[in-house]
Ligand binder design. Structure first.
Ligand SMILES: [Cu+2]
Length: 158
């Protein structure tokens, strides 16, 4: 089979680039251990109620960390635990959330907090609530017949 010189060069370049890219991804994933962020912490969805920190949902003061409070949420069809929480104004809070059953959303309206909660995974975000008021937490992943009833409230108080 006759192949033009330029065609050969182009093929070698294409295959070479593929080998380089796959090697970079392979070294990153298997040697350096890089994973997508949502896979960093896993949990058995059946043991959520008994495992820390999800055995104590709500706002917990912490010492010696970069944040002042941990706000722990457990989502399940069709509610969030806690259903309402008070957060001191200006507090640096790490929101930690997971789900016991299906995929749920965790969006705090009016802020940039928007997480997808997948069974088996823990999702986290560190934020500072620096505006007083009531924030609505809503589910933005369709999770079943009670999806529209799923909400929680964060009250930021002085
Ligand atoms: Cu939902």
């Amino acid at each position: 089979m006759h192949m033009h010189k330029f065609e050969k060069i182009w093929l070698i370049f294409g295959i070479g680039a593929l080998v380089v890219f796959l090697s970079v991804v392979g070294v990153s994933a298997f040697y350096l251990g890089n994973k997508p962020p949502s896979c960093l912490t896993t949990i058995d969805p059946k043991k959520v109620d008994t495992e820390a920190p999800f055995d104590k949902p709500g706002l917990n003061k912490v010492e010696g960390k970069e944040w002042d409070y941990e706000l722990v949420y457990v989502a399940s069809a069709f509610l969030y635990n806690p259903g309402e929480v008070e957060v001191p104004l200006g507090a640096k809070v790490k929101v930690i959330a997971t789900t016991k059953d299906v995929v749920h959303g965790f969006q705090v309206a009016g802020t940039n907090i928007n997480m997808m909660l997948e069974p088996g995974y823990v999702n986290e975000i560190v934020t500072t609530f620096d505006k007083e008021g009531e924030y609505l937490v809503v589910c933005n992943e369709y999770c079943g017949t009670g999806h529209h009833l799923m909400s929680s409230k964060i009250k930021v108080v002085k």
